[in-house]
Design a protein around this ligand. Structure first.
Ligand code: FAD
Length: 494
């Protein structure tokens, strides 16, 4: 017999988990199936060791605030990302308050978010960025300094051994966070598994998706342990397969998928093994990306808090693999190329020669060259204290473009069909931090009438109290929302 579902979520990462939780809260009777090809939940990009764990709030990430040709710093993206992270914290606080996420497994920790630059141009940019951001309540508490000694007090490890004549600039936001997105994902899926009408199938790979005459979807799934295949019919499908999403989107044959391609970039970090050094640094410090580097390659020296243990990472360095998932296949990239996307992919390649050059340089660099990048942030670093680890795989979106032929995109994109019965999430930036806002966009796009209904509005506002109001400009709301999430998520009141 063919199983019938209201909702099928492909992949058990933070995106599917978040959408599943929102749907189950809004429609307690909904029948939901989640299929995950690995034997563990949240084990691809959402796992703590596969991402940098930064609660992206645009406090420290300089690539979210580009400088326009007229010298003005454009903060529009930063405002949006910062607000989105506050939205995520509200959903997580709701889940903790209602015992739907375990409170004894701390998944979010306080850690200062800092930006650090050198050179007149960069110092000037940072000052302008600080002035522009602090005009808004959401960034009000950001500190700025060009004083060597003051910055040494903030980050002694980075300033000891540095030439005192070097001009430096820094900003510091005391309410930054480090987040274990893997713990959140596993907590959310565990809650879903406890709900009536939800089934989670691990070790099950979705092989094909086809539309049916009645507007529903037929999904072919393979049990990877028994090789048994089964068919499911579903009213709605969410492709939350991370790097695997492009392949499944292509299989759905929806015309809206035409012209999309993907380009994989893997992340590597240097991990410190010297406990004395680890304890001397307590911040996430982001610098300036190199010329030609993709935005997600902004170097950062990062304190992480994982399962109560402190660690120190530097990176990311870009690696190249043709896999679309860390646990994927080397055929992922070649098999994703088809008649509909070959032209946009070639054009995007031609327009991004500096990126290609950067990636080649990254891949062929020696351990000593890699170490030199770290020394710019930590002058007294010793090579023997650091080991190279491989994090997750990102698939950057390549998209057909009327003017350029094809463009490389660094953000996320939701692709849906005309009937709004299937949605796929492509891209991975700013990522897990903004997962709640991204999944709210899926609801808005695919269920617009229900979202407007009184019942959904009431429930959504219960989960996200600031819904529909601006945390960017409404100072009182911003402060009270932060007080609320700080108390429930047991963050420090700063
Ligand atoms: C190096 C790196 C650093 C990052 N740093 C940050 C950061 O600091 N802050 C931040 O907010 N974000 C960061 N991100 C981004 C963040 O990790 C991702 O945006 C987020 O985890 C994506 O979640 P997801 O659920 O879409 O994908 P994933 O967590 O990858 O989950 C997708 C799941 O789908 C499964 N799957 C794939 N194909 C199939 C199939 N056919 N059938 C069944 N299952 C399938 C996979 O096995 C996987 O478990 C980083 C990412 C990388 C790679």
């Amino acid at each position: 017999m063919i199983a019938k579902q209201d909702f099928t979520l492909i992949g058990a990462g933070i995106m599917s988990a978040t959408l599943g939780v929102l749907l189950k809260q809004l429609m307690p009777d909904a029948k939901i199936s989640i299929y995950e090809r690995l034997d563990k939940v949240g084990a691809e990009s959402s796992d703590a060791w596969n991402n940098a764990g930064t609660g992206h709030s645009a406090f420290c990430e300089l690539n979210y605030t580009p400088e326009n040709e007229d010298g003005q710093v454009d903060i529009s993206k930063a405002l949006k990302i910062s607000e989105s992270f506050e939205v995520s914290k509200q959903l997580w606080a709701y889940l903790v308050k209602n015992n739907l996420l375990p409170a004894n497994d701390p998944f979010i920790n306080d850690i200062d978010h800092m930006s650090f630059v050198w050179g007149d141009e960069n110092i000037d940019f940072l000052k302008k960025r600080h002035t522009a951001l602090t005009a808004y309540p959401i960034f009000k508490d950001m500190l700025h300094s060009e004083n060597f000694e003051e910055i040494r007090e903030w980050v002694p490890l980075m300033m000891t051994g540095r030439n005192k004549d070097q001009k430096v600039g820094a900003t510091r936001m005391p309410i930054g966070t480090d987040v274990n997105f893997g713990t959140i994902t596993r907590g959310m899926i565990a809650y879903l598994q406890s709900c009536d009408g939800v089934e989670v199938f691990l070790g099950h790979q979705v092989e094909d998706i086809d539309d049916r005459k009645d507007g529903t979807w037929e999904i072919e799934v393979k049990d990877l342990h028994t090789n048994e295949e089964k068919t499911i019919h579903s009213n709605f499908v969410f492709i939350g397969a991370g790097g695997g999403a492009l392949k499944l989107l292509e299989k759905s044959d929806i015309p809206e998928a035409d012209g999309y391609g993907g380009f994989p970039v893997s992340g590597q970090f240097l991990k410190c093994n010297n406990q004395d050094v680890i304890l001397q640094h307590e911040a996430k410090v982001y610098g300036m990306a190199e010329v030609g580097a993709p935005p997600m390659s902004v170097p950062h020296l990062d304190t992480r808090m994982l399962n109560g243990e402190r660690s120190l990472l530097f990176g990311p360095y870009a690696g190249f693999s043709t896999k679309f998932l860390k646990n994927g296949s080397y055929f992922d990239l070649p098999l994703s190329i088809d008649a509909h996307n070959i032209f946009p992919m070639l054009r995007a390649g031609l327009h991004n020669l500096s990126l290609t050059k950067y990636l080649i340089e990254q891949v062929v660099q020696s351990p000593e060259e890699r170490f030199k990048a770290l020394e710019k942030y930590y002058p007294n670093a010793k090579i023997e204290d650091w080991e190279l680890i491989t994090a997750g795989q990102r698939v950057q979106i390549i998209k057909k473009d009327a003017k350029e032929g094809g463009v490389l995109k660094f953000g996320t994109e939701i692709v849906t069909n005309k009937n709004k019965t299937i949605a796929a999430l492509l891209g991975a930036s700013p990522g897990a931090s903004t997962s709640v806002s991204i999944m709210l966009s899926v609801l808005n796009e695919c269920f617009p009438m229900q979202v407007k209904s009184k019942a959904w509005q009431q429930k959504l506002t219960q989960m996200i109290p600031s819904l529909g109001r601006s945390l960017i400009t409404d100072e009182k709301l911003c402060l009270s929302t932060r007080d609320y999430t700080t108390a429930i998520l047991k963050l420090e009141d700063k």
